[in-house]
Design a protein around this ligand. Structure first.
Ligand code: ZN
Length: 175
């Protein structure tokens, strides 16, 4: 499978508008989703949005396999409601390598999206899944965690620290 290259901050692709995915899905888009699933795992990410690999399309993949949620794609996703209660979690981003910071987000969100099979879905999610959905949908609106994190909490992990954090995967999550 072709190796996709990660687009890193401050590349303008991360801020550019993303086009809605058209249905029925083209073979190219289907292949792109497969490649994104593969790349997300290879980069040890729990989510990957199309602009992060250079495609300004309104789609992302979520890979929470280690939490017993099989990887899935979200096409044209939208947040339709958010809880007023918020919580803070440490987040990282594959496009801002090695940096982590705390972000406050709504604790629960209701999202809608279209699956790779073309099925419309509406889900209410909380916990880590809610964070991943919000992080990816932010990407698709050109918003990055460095726009939102509490600057006083930002820290850098080097490669060996990252590998250790990946093993533990307690708080650090990379999307
Ligand atoms: Zn990200």
């Amino acid at each position: 499978m072709a190796r996709l290259k990660l687009v890193r901050y401050p590349n303008p692709t991360l801020r550019a508008p993303n086009f809605e995915v058209a249905f029925p899905l083209s073979r190219e888009t289907r292949e792109l989703v497969d490649q994104m699933m593969y790349s997300c795992k290879r980069f040890h990410g729990i989510g990957l949005a199309a602009p992060q690999i250079g495609y300004n399309l309104n789609l992302a993949v979520i890979n929470l396999e280690e939490y017993q949620i099989p990887p899935f794609a979200i096409l044209n996703p939208k947040i339709i409601s958010s809880s007023s209660k918020s919580h803070t979690m440490e987040e990282g981003c594959l496009s801002i390598p090695g940096k982590f910071g705390s972000l406050k987000r709504p604790e629960k969100v209701t999202v809608k999206f279209i699956t790779i099979e073309g099925k419309e879905m509406k889900l209410s999610v909380d916990g880590l899944l809610a964070v991943v959905f919000q992080h990816e949908i932010d990407h698709l609106g050109g918003v990055l965690i460095c726009d939102k994190w509490d600057i006083n909490t930002v820290h850098t992990l080097d490669e060996s620290e990252l590998a250790r954090a990946r093993k533990k995967r307690k708080k650090q999550t990379t999307r």
